[in-house]
Write a protein that binds this ligand. Structure first.
Ligand SMILES: [Zn+2]
Length: 447
């Protein structure tokens, strides 16, 4: 045992040395400030490549949709790409294209809505101008024709993702119950028919305002030049007169041992089990990230490779602002029942001890460290990391601090997290059943 312990210590030392050597590079200069209108701004100067990422995150997402208004947040996201006071239909996208945009997108999540673009450094003024148009001058251009058009686009998106949306809705409903802000209305298509232009206008007005947004600029720009541009394009934007809604934290998952079976002829068989995890903003979250990687390796080795019960296995930490879970997803091999797979999963998790994790911990730690180095090379990945950190901690993402803490984590830090696995919060089984009609059949059993 002594030899083993020594080996671990030496490895930690060499990782620490590596981290220390890179530590200077992990924290490029940055400026974090708020404009007079409340816009939260972070600029990070990073000249590794002649490009820059611009990301605007609004603290508004699907969780802010009133009940029965499923897809409203996504619909508003689409509408903001249409036109604004100074730009005709889709002109913004055209300008970005001509400026050599490398990547761009809009994303609607549960807790926030993101807009981003990575452009050559000389196109930074354009990227900022377009985001200021979105924030300040889009609402007035919403009209019935564009609303109707985007509603059909969303309808097609919802239809094309029906199986994954169905699985997601089943898991979230099992975890949170039907009336919770994180629970997707499974009938998003019917909700879409009921949405109107006024709904989109009022949703925009509530969420898309300078004092409800974070602007992150990462890349080839000096702090002074970046700040002057941000002031120029966003400084004059005003908030609506009504004060900003403050968000009420949502309740964490309250389920324990809920079992849901969904039979349908149109979906493939999938088994999902969800377990409690520390929420993103907590100290224990980094340990959970390490455990995520270690357990993924261990569970795949046992259930997929050795016992050959599952065709594949995913193990992920699902994070939302106010709650997180560890989620196992697997497809059983032909002839393997869900009961058998679940029993084997629980038996494997019950045998996981901090000592047993030691063998996979080193690999997991290297994986997480590598992710930190890769983020450093990628302005957009850093912009995303900053937005999460700003939302959770109110301060920018600190790679140095994460690396330092990561190197200090031991098996002992993971031990308290293992208790979550004694019993799943919820188990969802999607069963392919040729004898069941389109709508499928849901059976729920509570313990
Ligand atoms: Zn979309």
């Amino acid at each position: 045992m002594k030899v083993l312990a020594l080996g671990v210590a030496v490895c930690a030392l060499s990782l620490a040395a590596h981290a220390a050597a890179e530590a200077g590079a992990a924290s490029p200069p940055e400026a974090h400030f708020r404009l007079a209108n409340g816009l939260d701004v972070l600029i990070e100067e990073n000249h590794r490549e002649p490009r820059v990422a611009v990301l605007v995150s609004y603290d508004v997402g699907s969780r802010d949709e009133p009940e029965g208004y499923s897809s409203l947040a996504h619909l508003v996201e689409h509408l903001t790409y249409r036109r604004s006071r100074h730009l005709k239909d889709y002109a913004g996208l055209e300008l970005l294209g001509r400026a050599g945009v490398q990547t761009m997108n809009g994303e609607t999540h549960d807790d926030r809505t993101l807009y981003y673009a990575v452009v050559p450094s000389k196109a930074l003024p354009l990227a900022l101008y377009l985001e200021s148009e979105r924030m300040g001058f889009t609402l007035e251009s919403f009209d019935e024709a564009s609303f109707a058009h985007e509603r059909e686009v969303i309808r097609a998106e919802v239809q094309s993702k029906a199986p994954e949306l169905r699985l997601r809705a089943l898991i979230l409903t099992a975890l949170y119950g039907a009336a919770h802000p994180y629970t997707r209305n499974p009938d998003a298509l019917r909700n879409l028919n009921d949405l109107g232009l006024r709904d989109a206008q009022s949703f925009f007005q509530r969420g898309y305002r300078p004092d409800n947004a974070h602007l992150v600029v990462v890349g080839d720009v000096t702090l002074d030049a970046g700040r002057a541009l941000v002031e120029r394009y966003f400084g004059a934007l005003a908030n609506p007169v009504a004060p900003r809604d403050s968000r009420v934290p949502v309740a964490p998952a309250r389920a324990l041992g809920v079992h849901v079976t969904y039979r349908s002829h149109s979906y493939a068989s999938v088994f999902v089990a969800a377990y409690r995890a520390p929420f993103y903003g907590s100290r224990a979250h980094l340990a959970a990230e390490l455990l995520e990687r270690a357990l993924r390796t261990l569970l795949t080795a046992v259930l997929v490779d050795q016992q050959r019960l599952a065709l594949y296995l995913k193990f992920e930490l699902a994070d939302r602002d106010d709650d997180s879970q560890f989620v196992v997803e697997a497809t059983p091999r032909q002839g393997v029942s869900y009961e058998r797979l679940e029993d084997a999963l629980q038996a494997t998790l019950a045998r996981v001890t901090p000592e047993r994790l030691a063998s996979v911990l080193r690999e997991a730690r290297s994986g997480l460290l590598e992710q930190e180095w890769m983020r450093l090379e990628d302005p957009l990945a850093r912009a995303h990391a900053h937005v999460e950190a700003l939302a959770f901690d109110g301060r920018p993402y600190a790679a140095d601090e994460r690396i330092h803490r990561l190197l200090g984590l031991t098996e002992a830090d993971l031990a308290p997290l293992l208790e979550s696995f004694s019993r799943p919060l919820a188990v969802v089984e999607l069963v392919h059943d040729g004898g069941v009609g389109d709508a499928g059949v849901v059976e729920v059993s509570n313990p």
